[in-house]
Design a protein. Structure first.
Length: 201
């Protein structure tokens, strides 16, 4: 296709109800490409919606954005991505999980188990799943899991490490000074299932 044909084709694309759509898509894609891989799909959606809103209202030209590393506030974007991952409504998920602006995770929902060992593993699996999906953090420090178990009244100081050692859901990483735990392949599915049950229960 020569230059004149290309120009004519572009003019045709810019007419009618789809006028400006190709440009908007390119701008949204360029914006998303600057983000970490795990945020790109959400970044594109947000950029596209923002740009289209600007075109529809004709109040301002499409903005030139120089975003910080975080595309959306974690509490909104992170929970939205997590809700999509487990196929629940974000509002419903917000009733059992709270994510602070500082990145702290509060697990409000409850598991059905009553045994300390099971509760420790199940709460830890859900917590680690949230950390992995929202923050792309695979390893959860032992201290964070201790605090979680204390808040859920299932912390057993004498057997805390033993419960994890007997589990096939979380694996220890690091040495004794920097002990952390990571979900196994089965643990990812368990964490996901338990979180969905919390939301739907």
């Amino acid at each position: 296709m020569d230059t004149s044909n290309t120009a004519t084709a572009e003019e045709r694309h810019e007419e009618g109800p789809l006028a400006g759509l190709a440009t908007t898509i390119r701008q949204a894609a360029a914006f998303a490409d600057q983000m970490p891989r795990e945020y790109r799909a959400r970044a594109f959606d947000l950029a596209f919606e923002h740009l289209r809103a600007g075109l529809d209202t004709a109040t301002s030209p499409p903005p030139t954005v120089e975003p910080p590393l975080a595309v959306t506030p974690i509490a909104a974007g992170g929970l939205s991505l997590l809700a999509r991952d487990i196929d629940v409504e974000p509002r419903a998920l917000g009733r059992v999980v709270a994510i602070g602006e500082d990145g702290s995770v509060s697990l409000i929902g409850r598991v059905e188990s009553r045994a300390n060992a099971e509760m420790q593993i199940q709460y830890s699996a859900v917590f680690a799943y949230i950390k992995e999906r929202v923050f792309n953090q695979l390893d959860v420090p032992s201290d964070e899991l201790r605090d979680l178990c204390r808040s859920k009244s299932c912390y057993n100081q004498d057997h805390f490490a033993d419960y994890f050692a007997r589990s096939d859901i979380l694996s220890p990483v690091g040495d004794a000074r920097s002990r952390a735990y990571r979900l196994t392949k089965r643990g990812v599915e368990v964490g996901k299932t338990l979180l969905k049950k919390m939301v739907e229960g």
